[in-house]
Ligand binder design. Structure first.
Ligand SMILES: [Mg+2]
Length: 319
């Protein structure tokens, strides 16, 4: 059973009985209505050593990433991050490790004015769980389900670099030291797109962060909005490092399926397409239009004019 099926079967089917729960399971964050003009947005993410990051990852990177992946989910709702609590399971007390780990955490929380408000420490295999909370104006929430037929789909920066770093760490691909450092930085120190989300939430209709791979997250957005897209794979933004080190097909497979990118996908109406250009130019963030949503409820992939599908072992022509 896949993760999402499991969540659906055992958790999502639980009815929401409290009136203050505006959004329960099923988006990047839950939303709580405490009265006032804003909702509290809440998300939880766990990172397990050897599963979500390679065991040799630096403690500073682990701390940074544990916060960043949570802030990325807050960003995807249009929320401004406010508070985090941390539960850490440590194999042993290592003060040097903790010093670096907390440095990684506080670098991000200080930048975003986020307060650590609690947590728990236990002994066991290394694992970090963070719950992050933020605030979002009730009329500015970016739901996955808000996209409309004909909306344009945008994504920030490039996709697939973290996947390339992981492939290199696993010994599947050899990279020069310079290229490896460049993509490993993206894997270890993802930048949550909080500021971009604050700008585009003024006019965007929907958003989701790219954590599971472009295809999976685009699928979540399309499913929630009951729409589809013809995705021309030539439009998928790939870094020079990625393109220069693997074949185009491998690069696309990494971008579509490997995840860990923490970029932002957002949708806008045709009328607001020009507003994206203004906002992103001011934010000095690269962005790419992936195409336009249609009523098909399917993601159809095209590469050099031909229909493609992604299999677990790579790309395959439709046959
Ligand atoms: Mg997410």
């Amino acid at each position: 059973m896949k993760e999402f099926e499991l969540i659906r079967r055992y958790f999502t089917d639980q009815p929401v009985t409290r009136k203050d729960v505006v959004m329960g399971i099923g988006d990047d964050c839950a939303l709580i209505d405490n009265g006032g003009d804003s909702y509290v947005a809440i998300t939880t993410d766990t990172l397990v050593a050897g599963v979500h990051f390679p065991k040799e990852t630096s403690p500073r990177a682990i701390g940074h990433k544990a916060v960043a992946v949570n802030l990325s989910d807050l960003a995807a709702m249009g929320a401004v991050p406010s508070w985090i609590s941390i539960a850490i399971t440590l194999p042993a007390i290592n003060e040097h490790w903790l010093q670096e780990f907390t440095q990684g955490i506080f670098e991000l929380t200080e930048y975003y004015n986020v307060q650590l408000i609690g947590g728990d420490t236990t002994q066991g295999p290394l694992s970090i769980t963070i719950t992050a909370q933020g605030m979002v104006a009730k009329d500015k929430v970016l739901y996955r389900s808000g996209a409309k037929n004909g909306d344009y789909v945008f994504v920030t920066n490039t996709i697939g670099d973290a996947g390339l770093a992981l492939a290199a760490i696993n010994g599947d691909i050899h990279l020069s030291e310079k290229d490896f450092e460049s993509v490993k930085r993206k894997l270890d120190f993802p930048k949550p797109q909080v500021l971009v989300a604050q700008m585009v939430r003024e006019f965007a209709t929907a958003a989701i962060d790219v954590s599971d791979g472009l295809l999976a997250d685009l699928h979540h957005l399309c499913e929630a909005s009951a729409l589809g897209i013809n995705l021309d794979l030539d439009n998928v933004p790939l870094s020079d490092v990625l393109v220069n080190n693997v074949s185009k097909e491998q690069a696309l497979r990494l971008a579509l399926t490997s995840g860990d990118d923490y970029q932002l996908i957002f949708t806008v109406s045709a009328t607001n397409k020009v507003a994206v250009e203004t906002a992103m130019t001011h934010a000095a963030v690269d962005y790419t239009c992936l195409g336009q949503l249609n009523p098909s409820k399917q993601i159809n992939l095209f590469f050099e004019g031909e229909a493609f599908e992604v299999a677990s072992n790579g790309f395959q022509h439709f046959s």
